[in-house]
Design a protein around this ligand. Structure first.
Ligand SMILES: Cc1ncc(COP(=O)(O)O)c(C=O)c1O
Length: 369
């Protein structure tokens, strides 16, 4: 039986051809395809300025600079995310302030988040875990009350929406990742949607060594920029993906629905199903929680033996030694710890067949029985 990975990108032949065309063109780094990809993202985001980057980590890093975060400032986020979200705060020499999650959504608990805001708080970084958006109305009401900026870590939420509005069309800074596992991929890549008060030119300079090209062939450097540009090779992949996004999301929703109906018809004792949302989420991942008594490592090994890949996204990040070294400890965020210790990511990607879902559900039931 073929191995079923927990995710796999859907790259069609036309996209492969378009990548080959870039490779043959003689111009393979940032160029016309990146401009085209940015123009397509600009339309997708309802006419907001968008700049393409080499990763979703780079977008967060540049967004923190653009938001004016200085050493010692506080930035609030969730402990239940890919560690990049908190690492970029440390890279900016700011202080990561973590608040626990709401178990109903597994996203940051907005009441706790508001309570953690103080005069040192500069930015909030909410994360749309598994593509389930944080409540944007409540989030921006809080940000407005306390006059703090927001960098939406929507790395996993491309294609998701909040009350009918695609993520990226509204809000302050919005950061996307196009990593290989994401709903829309460029292999590696990201995009940053900019608020109206931010100069896109400065964003571009922060992306590439602070350089501005002068008309006479010369150049000027006025800020310390990074090396965060996307290649035309990657942009060509993104351009091939974007027209398929809606179909990808629709298929993911169908597969998630099938997981729910299968697990509800034949419940597995102690298995906790993910938040059920078929209005907003892009179903980036399908993540049940294992029963308390199940050893996750053995479960993953047993699934692997049956030819099924299972991921873990993510252990609560404050328990990593880097973060313990900053003073975080077990018990600080009990909800995130509980979810982080029990979460599993089951296979979910657009090319999966209905029968793949059935096979996964049967294997889970068999192992946990
Ligand atoms: C929530 C979250 N934030 C940030 C990132 C970083 O994105 P990238 O891997 O493109 O740097 C990811 C990617 O996995 C993510 O899932």
């Amino acid at each position: 039986m073929n191995f079923l990975p927990f995710t796999r990108p859907s790259i069609d032949e036309q996209t492969i051809e378009s990548v080959a065309a870039v490779l043959r063109s003689g111009w393979i780094t940032s160029g016309p395809r990146v401009k085209e990809f940015e123009a397509a993202l600009y339309s997708y985001c309802g006419g907001r300025p968008v700049r393409a980057f080499s990763s979703g980590t780079a977008t967060l890093q540049v967004a923190l600079t653009l938001a004016g975060v200085q050493p010692g400032d506080e930035v609030i986020t969730t402990p239940l995310t890919w560690v990049a979200t908190a690492n970029v705060i440390l890279s900016a020499q700011a202080k990561p302030v973590l608040v626990d999650i709401d178990p109903a959504t597994r996203n940051v608990d907005l009441k706790l988040l508001e309570a953690a805001i103080n005069p040192k708080t500069k930015v909030l970084i909410p994360v749309d875990l598994a593509g389930l958006p944080v409540d944007r109305q409540q989030l921006y009401a809080i940000a407005g009350r306390h006059k703090v900026r927001v960098i939406e870590d929507a790395a996993q939420a491309f294609g998701a929406s909040w009350r009918g509005e695609p993520i990226g069309r509204g809000g302050d800074f919005v950061s996307f990742s196009f990593h290989a596992n994401k709903n829309l991929t460029t292999g590696e890549g990201g995009a940053l949607v900019l608020p109206a008060d931010i100069d896109p030119g400065l964003c571009e300079r922060l992306r590439l060594q602070g350089v501005s090209r002068l008309g006479d062939g010369g150049m000027e450097v006025d800020v310390l920029g990074g090396k965060f540009n996307l290649t035309d090779i990657a942009a060509a992949i993104g351009l091939g993906q974007l027209p398929r996004l809606e179909a990808f999301t629709a298929r993911r929703r169908q597969l998630a629905q099938r997981y729910f109906s299968r697990f509800e018809q034949q419940p597995v004792a102690g298995l906790e199903l993910p938040p059920r949302d078929f209005a907003n989420s892009n179903w980036h991942m399908f993540q049940p929680l294992l029963p308390d008594t199940t050893d996750r490592g053995s479960f993953i090994a047993a699934m692997s033996k049956r030819g099924i890949g299972v991921g873990v996204h993510y252990p609560a990040l404050h328990l990593f030694s880097l973060y313990r070294g900053l003073g975080f400890k077990p018990g600080d965020f009990p909800q995130a710890e509980r979810v982080g210790a029990r979460t599993i990511t089951l296979p979910l990607f657009p090319a999966m067949a209905d029968s793949d879902v059935d096979r996964v559900c049967e294997a889970v039931a068999e192992i946990l029985r």
